[in-house]
Design a protein around this ligand. Structure first.
Ligand SMILES: [Zn+2]
Length: 146
């Protein structure tokens, strides 16, 4: 899970860091195949995630690593301190990052999900935004006494 340090432009938005969860995914799959994790511990997608996969997901050609049936579907969620509380964690089209330029920083989590067996795992986390700091009015401080 090494974050990449080089900022990249993607769809006009600046990607400043990306965390790849493929090593964590491999560890979970290794534990499953080694009998240390049960299927019900890892195939536990929340009904809202399955619903998001059905209606807003991006279908891949990757087979499910557990049931080997249906192709995996990617669902992305956006989080930002600048979003209204009710919109934090809403499903986001990860091919359209431009609206996120309005924010200094937003985090986009992409989850892979299997609609057949409910396998789910975070695939990546990307930090997107304009990187600008919002200027705050200077605090009134005490004058240094002389
Ligand atoms: Zn599956």
């Amino acid at each position: 899970m090494q974050p990449s340090a080089t900022p990249k432009r993607r769809g006009g938005a600046i990607e400043s860091a990306k965390v790849d969860y493929s090593l964590a995914r491999k560890a979970v799959l290794r534990a499953f195949h080694g009998g240390r994790l049960g299927r019900y511990e890892i195939c536990d997608a929340h009904p809202d995630l399955i619903r998001a996969a059905n209606y807003s997901g991006e279908q891949t050609t990757d087979p499910c690593p557990i049931c080997e049936r249906g192709p995996l579907v990617l669902v992305s969620y956006v989080f930002s301190d600048e979003l209204p509380k009710i919109e934090n964690g809403k499903v986001w089209d990860r091919t359209n990052l431009n609206p996120l330029l309005a924010f200094k920083e937003a985090r986009l989590y992409t989850v892979e999900v299997c609609r057949d067996c409910s396998w789910n795992h975070v695939r990546s986390q990307v930090v997107v935004g304009n990187g600008r700091t919002t200027r705050r009015a200077p605090k009134r401080g005490r004058r240094a006494s002389t």
